[in-house]
Design a protein around this ligand. Structure first.
Ligand SMILES: Cc1cc2nc3c(=O)[nH]c(=O)nc-3n(C[C@H](O)[C@H](O)[C@H](O)COP(=O)(O)OP(=O)(O)OC[C@H]3O[C@@H](n4cnc5c(N)ncnc54)[C@H](O)[C@@H]3O)c2cc1C
Length: 434
């Protein structure tokens, strides 16, 4: 199936167009085939090429490399998350395991950008978990206690503090956590494409349609051609299910975001000239909202069970109107028509918030499913699945192995019914925060 993406993501449109695009146009044989060229697949390819400089490594993507979720996310490289089902004190040890993974993810991205001198607007600004509802204080106090027990630096802020820092009076309280980085997701993934080593061949607009295993060999059918590979790594994240990978353990969700143009000097002054900041909602379906370093406002306030292969222009427009309202209620002094672009992207979810990192059969590996936090974890899992598939042991693999495994999901139509009902319920609970 063809993935049809909107062409309207600001992050991607900020980048110079690429001109070295190769489509799969003949049959190929290789030692390693990686499916999916986002953070995960590109990181796996980079690592494999270091481990096996003389082997043939192919990576393919159904669309242009890096133009899936990796180029269209909100750019929070997180060290902690609130809405992942792991934050009650009963689950403290599991929450710690999760933050250990986030920490390794940050280290992996940091190492990559240092080694390759990548400019991706890296800002160690920390982040705010915020709410307009005073009754959410209990959630934030509890969260603050947990983070402090684990050694994270954080502090509670009130409405006045937040007005000064964010330029909006919308929020009544927030927990500011010092860790966490804001970055330009498109610049990061573009750097991963541009620095692919010479023994990695990238084929774009080349969608894997069907695959099978005969003996130890993997046969892969694309639109007009085939690739035969000794080993395969699936890095298609939100599209794992559509390729029949771990189908009963993950499902795709569609997220939609909008970005304004840069605010004018006067507009920026009218909101108090805040420094770059990033805010995550206390309630799961509330808005993620961010002020970029070039004075643009990004908002993401949807998560839906939707056909992951396409979001029509009309549907995108409806979501964009909703996001315009979200910006207006936070920044009433700004004009109504400042949204420059809206886009959607696909993420993968498991029921219990765990990720997927495993060998599913001889010579077949998979890494993905980051539940909306895949910048660091995707980079880490991509590199580490390359080690795992090469039978190498690392302390990172040991840390990943300590995580809970994803839990089983019911089959359709029960799965969609359950997921949609839950999302509607969470959206209702978060309605003031959208
Ligand atoms: C709007 C939005 C906001 C987000 N915000 C954040 C955030 O702030 N912080 C954070 O950490 N994470 C965030 N995420 C999640 C993050 O973007 C993902 O977790 C991450 O990009 C996953 O990387 P990946 O390489 O595994 O998957 P992807 O980037 O999705 O790459 C998978 C690739 O597989 C390709 N593919 C699929 N099927 C096939 C096929 N059959 N054949 C060939 N190729 C195929 C796709 O085209 C795609 O390019 C957000 C996501 C979205 C959509």
């Amino acid at each position: 199936m063809k993935i049809i993406n909107d062409k309207s993501c600001s992050w991607i449109n900020d980048l110079p167009p690429r001109n070295n695009i190769k489509v799969l146009s003949n049959n190929q044989e290789c030692d390693w085939l990686i499916i999916g060229a986002g953070y995960t697949g590109l990181s796996a390819a980079r690592k494999l090429s270091e481990i096996y400089p003389n082997q043939k490594i192919i990576i393919t993507d159904a669309q242009l490399a890096g133009e899936g979720a990796s180029g269209r996310n909100s750019g929070y490289l997180v060290d902690t998350t609130l809405n992942d089902g792991f934050t009650s004190s009963k689950e403290l040890s599991n929450y710690k395991k999760k933050t250990d993974i986030y920490k390794l993810g940050i280290v992996a991205v940091k190492k990559f950008i240092k080694e390759h001198q990548v400019d991706c607007d890296w800002n160690e600004s920390g982040k705010y978990f915020a709410s307009s509802r005073n009754e959410d204080e209990k959630i934030l106090t509890n969260f603050s206690d947990i983070l402090k027990k684990l050694g994270f630096t954080c502090n509670l802020l009130n409405r006045e503090d937040l007005k000064n820092k964010l330029g909006t009076s919308f929020y009544n309280l927030a927990l500011y956590t010092k860790g966490g980085i804001l970055l330009h997701p498109g610049k990061l993934v573009r750097a991963m494409i541009d620095t692919l080593p010479d023994n990695v061949e990238l084929f774009e607009n080349s969608s894997l349609i069907k695959w099978s295993k005969s003996g130890d060999i993997i046969n892969c059918k694309f639109q007009n051609n085939k690739i035969i590979s000794k080993k395969i790594i699936f890095c298609t994240n939100g599209f794992l299910k559509s390729l029949g990978i771990k189908s009963n353990y993950n499902f795709p969700l569609t997220l939609t975001a909008s970005m304004t143009r840069s605010l004018s000097e006067d507009e920026f002054k009218s909101i108090g000239e805040p420094k770059e900041w990033g805010l995550l909602p206390v309630r799961p379906m509330g808005a993620t909202i961010r002020m970029t370093k070039d004075k643009r406002i990004l908002i993401r306030n949807t998560a839906e069970v939707h056909n992951p292969f396409i979001m029509s222009g009309d549907k995108l427009k409806k979501r964009s109107i909703n996001q315009k309202l979200g910006i207006k209620k936070r920044f009433p002094s700004l004009p109504c028509d400042i949204i420059e672009s809206s886009w959607s992207g696909i993420v993968s979810r498991t029921r219990n918030g765990s990720q997927i990192f495993e060998k599913i059969d001889n010579n077949i590996f998979v890494a993905g499913c980051y539940n909306g936090s895949g910048i660091g974890v995707g980079t880490l899992f991509g590199e580490q699945i390359a080690f795992k598939a090469s039978n190498k042991h690392t302390h990172e693999i040991n840390t990943i192995a300590l995580q809970k495994k994803p839990t089983w999901l019911p089959p359709q139509p029960f799965l969609n019914f359950g997921a949609i009902t839950r999302l509607i319920y969470e959206r209702f609970r978060a309605k003031s925060e959208i």
